[in-house]
Design a protein around this ligand. Structure first.
Ligand code: COA
Length: 333
């Protein structure tokens, strides 16, 4: 019997964004803002919006997973587990992962959702990888998707410019070599929970006329405080995972950062000592899709990756939650 540790690797990635493009110019017609302010403060030019009745986050997840199954030539019945990271589930229950499994025909899979806001995908990816490492699961799908437009007040200029809808999914399988997920660091600090949250709709403040009048079903954020925590913690944890794994900036092929604000990303890259050519960005076209940003970024840049490339994924989000993950890319395109 081999004592070699099983490692999980990403064997495919697929993303989806809705067709409707909400531009900065259109936002200028809704709130008192400008393209110039949004671009200089955030780096966002446009974002995608899922329009239409009865279109929840599972619609995004299903598109991602169907595309992933097709691309990797995988029979949905061979999927053991689907984990969905989201803060905008179709409903509080059943889980969105369960709805996705049903709609893609993953009849032998079970699933659950992970709620870790903008760090959701890193939390879910590290969780999924452990089922592979344990040797109990052969094919695990990790989805990160959010329909942020469902919790945005389009009269609130501080938040409506930041977020968009979209998602991505990866297939995890046992790695055949040394590539795959090498390490991760995950953190949280509940004392920051009040600074970025959805105040009502849970068991603490169930929906009422009052919660609706107070706009408590829309995202609440103390932007500049969150910004400070994000800059410090995302940079710290990215540096920490490099040090822990004896990586210097030359060893890192790409930083795949959560896309909340270009200035937060720049600060992280600077601390890691990596130049802009190694920083993967798509914030300009999608904005912050919460759990969707990192898998969308992997999907957008998949063709660039070579087998063996060292990727550092890093995120910070509501909760507070933050984390970094080090992986060696597993295939050439
Ligand atoms: N257009 C024009 N002006 C705006 C605006 C908008 N869309 N949004 C806010 N402003 C105004 C504010 O009202 C404020 O005006 P005042 O000084 O007259 O009160 C001014 O711009 C500065 O606001 P402030 O919030 O201090 O700006 P900022 O430089 O911190 O940038 C964010 C605001 C939201 C872009 C920034 O704080 C941020 O990115 N925070 C992190 C948010 C995030 O990404 N969270 C997700 C999880 S990480």
């Amino acid at each position: 019997m081999s004592s070699k540790k099983l490692r999980a690797c990403i064997s495919g990635v697929h993303g989806y964004v809705p067709d409707y493009i909400l531009t900065n110019s259109e936002l200028e017609t809704l709130v008192d803002t400008s393209d110039e302010w949004i671009m200089t403060r955030t780096g966002i030019k446009e974002r995608r919006i899922l329009k239409g009745e009865m279109q929840g986050t599972s619609v995004l997840g299903v598109k991602c997973v169907k595309g992933l199954l097709e691309k990797t030539n995988t029979d949905p019945k061979d999927i053991d587990l689907i984990i969905c990271a989201t803060v905008t589930p179709d409903m509080l229950f059943p889980s969105t992962s369960n709805l996705i499994a049903d709609k893609v025909g993953a009849t032998n899979s079970y699933g659950f959702d992970i709620s870790a806001a903008c760090s959701g995908f890193i939390y879910a990816l590290s969780t999924g990888s452990q089922f592979i490492e344990a040797g109990t699961h052969k094919k695990v799908i990790v989805v990160g998707a959010d329909k942020m437009s469902s919790i945005i007040d389009y009269t609130d200029r501080k938040n409506c410019v930041l977020f968009g809808d979209g998602g991505g999914a990866v297939l995890l399988e046992p790695s055949k070599d040394e590539t795959g997920i090498q390490d991760y660091l995950l953190r949280s600090d509940g004392s920051g929970g009040d600074m970025l949250c959805l105040k009502a709709g849970g068991s603490l403040r169930p929906a009422s006329i009052e919660t609706i009048k107070n706009k408590e079903h829309y995202i609440y954020q103390e932007g500049s405080s969150v910004f400070k925590f994000a800059v410090t913690n995302m940079a710290d944890i990215s540096e920490e995972i490099m040090n822990k794994n004896n990586l210097n900036s030359d060893d890192v092929a790409y930083l795949v950062p959560h896309q909340a604000n270009k200035r937060i990303i720049d600060a992280t890259a600077k601390r890691m000592g990596v130049g802009p050519e190694k920083v993967l960005l798509n914030i300009e076209k999608y904005g912050n899709t919460t759990a969707g940003t990192i898998p969308l970024c992997l999907w957008d840049y998949e063709k660039k990756f070579k087998k063996g490339d060292n990727l550092i994924l890093a995120a910070f989000g509501g909760g507070f939650t933050w984390g970094s993950l080090y992986l060696k890319w597993s295939y050439n395109n």
